[in-house]
Design a protein around this ligand. Structure first.
Ligand SMILES: [Zn+2]
Ligand SMILES: [Zn+2]
Length: 139
């Protein structure tokens, strides 16, 4: 059910819309090569919500699985919309740029900085994680 939540977003063409009814649990930059391929951008950023607080409307997302990671995108305009990782539970991470008010989701950390592009300089004082900012169980 769609409520008055401010945590709304959608794809480039508007075919896919989503809302979260609770506050985000995680906001981060990711410098990993997998995100880079998936988005085409030198750095990605995500806003994570508990999956059971999220509602999707409009076109069904298309998705692509790579191991435990599922990336979702709009089948109409191709915009990346979200990813989920089966290892880290019931959370859905939306592309920060897919949010309607991206300026209100300030990332709190950098993940996978070992894969950061050498010419990309982001002189903030946020924590920098060599791997993910979210603990995953060891394989
Ligand atoms: Zn679209
Ligand atoms: Zn990544």
């Amino acid at each position: 059910m769609i409520n008055e939540s401010n945590h709304a977003g959608g794809c480039r063409c508007g075919a896919v819309r989503f809302e979260a009814a609770a506050e985000p649990e995680h906001i981060s930059y990711c410098h990993c090569a997998d995100c880079r391929r998936a988005t085409g951008a030198p750095v990605s950023a995500f806003v994570g919500f508990a999956a059971d607080t999220v509602s999707l409307t409009g076109e069904k997302l298309k998705s692509f699985d790579n191991g435990p990671v599922t990336r979702s995108f709009c089948g109409v305009c191709g915009s990346p919309v979200a990813y989920a990782d089966g290892r880290i539970g019931e959370r859905i991470y939306f592309m920060l740029g897919a949010m309607d008010t991206p300026e209100t989701y300030k990332p709190t950390l950098h993940a996978h900085v070992r894969e950061q592009l050498p010419y990309l300089h982001m002189p903030d004082s946020l924590p920098r994680h060599v791997k993910s900012g979210v603990p995953r169980p060891q394989a």
